[in-house]
Ligand binder design. Structure first.
Ligand code: NAP
Length: 489
């Protein structure tokens, strides 16, 4: 890759629609505009429409109106729209990657990986659209018949975070379209551009107006609150923090909405003494440094067998210390900035707290001076039990390493958290691998690999990491209702 010029960057930003997408039309927001920043410089990139509650209501009107006709479209036709959108995303992936990097910070190489991952949800659900079925069975007493059919859930509100600006959207939008459901999408204020670009792509792919509506806003709670209490809304799918997830669940309880909650994590990364340590370090780099550590799946705590803990920490520190920080659009950069100053301050505070309680920084340990929200990759050892970063999501490039004695101790430490999204496990002992997988309290496990994200697999958590699954056969069920007909023969 060669570094692109600032005028090429501007051209890519200029091409993105900046208005609200409602009922198949691009419209201004009633509250003017909101500024989108480049986190690598702290400077404004552009402005996008700022939606009011009235704009949001119009978006739900459009979704509700489009619902019956869209549900009646042939499944193959819904699948073909997704397939065309998949191809358009892949065709434009270079520009989309630069756009994502400019609004979010990660390197263009990482943005390309996210765009491929995001597009795969459209390809997967283009294939699932034609496999929605029901069943016909004899009832147990033999006297009647049971018929079931699957139908779209109805209008949905989809709320997405800033850390994966495209993929967190496509893994909701893909199955919703495949199921025949219509939707209002609200991307995060910090990173609306990728979603607006996706709106343009779906429009070009032939998605009927009103099926997908996009509202960008500077006041998320105020704008989405009335939608959540609107009786026409049938489903809320949220990806974001556990704290906001709880608030939205409380709001959604009034309307008894179907819910999917993809929330925060505190992933343990366990390395047994029988593991291939170099492979574990390579896995740790992916699990920790993907997205600069700003991922719900990011390894938050490294539990390493005492016998190999020093070797693991030294090798991890050498690799993390050698990573080059810089603007994600520049050539040869490994680590971009964090998304904003509040995120960086939170990371700094967690590291200060750990060091204050006795942790040692083998590498890093502080923010980088200068423009942008950069934080140096950091490895901490001797981290005490009460360090806050063992219990909270770090969301930054910081790896706390702790030793353990035996398998029971490792499992107890790994499960000692309110979260339950993902765990990583490195061992070459098959029996141990299966034994530990069965006892880990998480929705997903990376076994001898540092990444679990895959469009063909069910992504999701347990405990305070939420519920519901995105991806795989399971993902479309979140957008379908099962209707049963009792047949008297
Ligand atoms: P966040 O603050 O919870 O925000 C997520 C989304 O909710 C954003 O679009 C945000 O909009 C919106 N929002 C915030 N308050 C709201 C309210 N009162 N009513 C309606 N919408 C509201 O989370 P974030 O900081 O963007 O994302 C990071 C979090 O997401 C982390 O905890 C991470 O673990 C989690 N995450 C989970 C998964 C998963 O699959 N489990 C995947 C990725 C990320 P504004 O930002 O515009 O206010």
């Amino acid at each position: 890759m060669t570094t692109i010029t600032s005028s090429q960057e501007q051209q890519i930003v200029d091409q993105v629609p900046k208005q609200l997408y409602i009922g198949g039309e691009w419209r201004d927001g009633d509250r003017g505009t909101l500024i989108v920043e480049d986190p690598s410089t702290g400077e404004a990139l552009c402005e996008v429409a700022d939606a009011s509650t009235e704009n949001a209501a119009a978006a739900l009107d459009a979704a509700a109106e489009a619902g019956p006709a869209f549900a009646a479209i042939a499944p193959r036709d819904r699948g073909e729209i997704l397939r065309r959108a998949f191809e358009l995303i892949i065709e434009r992936k270079e520009d989309l990657a630069v756009l994502m990097t400019l609004e979010m910070g990660k390197t263009v190489k990482e943005s390309l990986a996210e765009i491929t991952y995001a597009a795969e949800f459209f390809r997967w659900y283009s294939e699932e659209a034609v496999r929605i079925d029901g069943r016909y069975a004899t009832s147990a007493n033999g006297q009647g018949r049971v018929l079931t059919m699957k139908q779209p859930v109805g209008p949905c509100l989809l709320i997405t975070p800033w850390n994966f600006p495209l993929a967190m959207g496509t893994r909701k939008i893909g199955p919703a379209i495949a199921a025949g459901a219509t939707m209002v999408v609200k991307p995060a204020r910090l990173t609306p551009l990728s979603m607006l670009a996706l709106g343009g792509i779906l429009e070009q792919a032939g998605l009927p107006g009103g099926v997908l509506n996009i509202i960008t806003t500077s006041s998320s709670g105020e704008t989405t609150g009335p939608l959540i209490s609107d009786p026409r809304l049938r489903k809320l799918s949220f990806t974001g923090s556990t704290e906001v997830g709880r608030t939205l669940m409380a709001q959604a309880s009034q309307g008894l909405l179907r819910l999917s909650m993809e929330l925060g994590g505190n992933a343990p990364f366990i390395v047994f003494e029988d593991a291939d340590i170099d492979a574990a370090v390579a896995g740790a780099i992916v699990a920790k440094m993907r997205n600069m550590g700003e991922a719900c799946t990011s390894a938050n705590r490294f539990h390493v067998a005492d016998a190999v803990a020093d070797e693991f920490s030294a090798k991890l520190a050498a690799k993390m210390g050698a990573m080059k920080l810089g603007r994600g659009v520049e050539d040869d950069v490994d680590v971009g900035p964090l998304v904003d100053e509040s995120q960086r301050s939170k990371v700094s505070e967690l590291v200060r707290d750990a060091i204050g309680r006795g942790a040692q920084a083998v590498v890093g340990g502080q923010a980088r001076d200068g423009a942008g929200y950069f934080y140096n990759p950091t490895v901490l050892t001797d981290v005490p039990d009460d360090a806050k970063l063992l219990h909270e999501e770090i969301f930054g490039p910081v790896a706390p390493v702790r030793g353990f004695g035996d398998e029971d101790e490792a499992i107890a430490a790994a499960n000692d958290t309110e979260y339950g999204l993902v765990a990583y496990l490195f061992t070459n002992d098959l029996k141990r691998a299966l034994r530990v997988c069965e006892r880990l309290e998480t929705g997903m496990i990376g076994l001898n690999q540092g990444m679990v994200s895959n469009a063909s697999a069910p992504f999701g958590g347990i405990k305070q990491s939420g519920f519901g699954r995105e991806g795989g056969y399971e993902g479309i069920e979140e957008y379908l209702e099962t209707k049963y007909v009792a047949i008297n023969l």
